[in-house]
Write a protein that binds this ligand. Sequence first.
Ligand SMILES: *Cc1c(COP(=O)(O)O)cnc(C)c1O
Length: 365
Amino acid sequence: MLPMVDLQGQYKILKDEIEPKINEALSRAHYILGENVNKFESEAANFLNVKFAIGCASGTDALLLSLLSSGIKKGDEVITTAFTFIATAEAIAYIGAKPVFVDIDPITLNIDTDEIKKAITDKTSAIIPVHLFGLPANMDEILKIAKENNLKIIEDCAQSFGAKIDDKTTGGIGDAGAFSFFPSKNLGCFGDGGLVVTNSEKIAGNVKILRNHGSSVRYYHDRIGYNSRLDELQAVVLRVKLKYINQYNQNRHKVGKMYNELLADLPIQCPVILNDRDHAFHQYTFLSDKRDDIMKVLQDNDISSAIYYPVPLHQQKVFKNNANGTNVSLPITEQTAKKCLSLPIYPELDEKNIKKISNLIHSVF
Ligand SMILES: *Cc1c(COP(=O)(O)O)cnc(C)c1O
């Protein structure tokens, strides 16, 4: 079966480089917040062109720590998209704030900035735009809205490592950016991992304390924190992969462009590539009324495909009572969830398979 992302293939390529470094870290035995975490944090900050980067245990925690460190608290409303992975809204709910879901733009599939404006109330304290599938959200407009209404911006960058708007990297545009290193992400480790980035010394200081039991001096605790550190062994993996991330993202982009060209003649909506921003192509996701037929043909030919995401968050049972919830209607989001399909995409995916997939999709029409 051709996978959505070929982690085994990538491991084979990197094995000889990663394994000696893992062994070295194992024998050094500084397993928690060791030198690889430190070095990865400064290398990542450098790469993303931000002042501070702080490792943590997952992308979900990166969102949680970003919200807490930016002063978002119980009872606040946080505006976000319903067309995303659950973690975006879970982080809001963890602190007793209320996720307020608004509709998406039909072309970019990212949060619709006009809808953000309509949803602002006295209680709104933050916006979480998601750079979905690797395409940066409309940050110029979101920055303007946040400034006018005194709101914080936490960017959900779980799918956008290295994506840029003009020359600004996602994560460094809002108050804080939350990255995930879940294995299948553009930059993925061999387990769970996450990163908060920010240009604010205050937010960075808060994240550092919160990820380590609310303590900056060992055994002195000023507030209730968490155990949420980036693992030393995962940092070893990330330091190796960070060296190749530009190449990975360029290759993903090539794959995305080739799909777009090959599928251009079909009555489907391909992902947009915009002039002012990079698409990191975490996923290649198109919209079609024949989504289910396409999925079946691919499946019959041993090719994976996946629906990200079949149930938008405002329709999830869990958000019935603690969000603006299931009584809200988000027509574009709902239509998109019925039509979206994601194809295999990863840096090593070759032309032969891309053509094969395109031909199979053509056979449906
Ligand atoms: C993967 C993902 C997360 C969560 O990251 P984890 O590291 O799995 O906790 C958050 N938001 C989005 C959009 C994601 O895709």
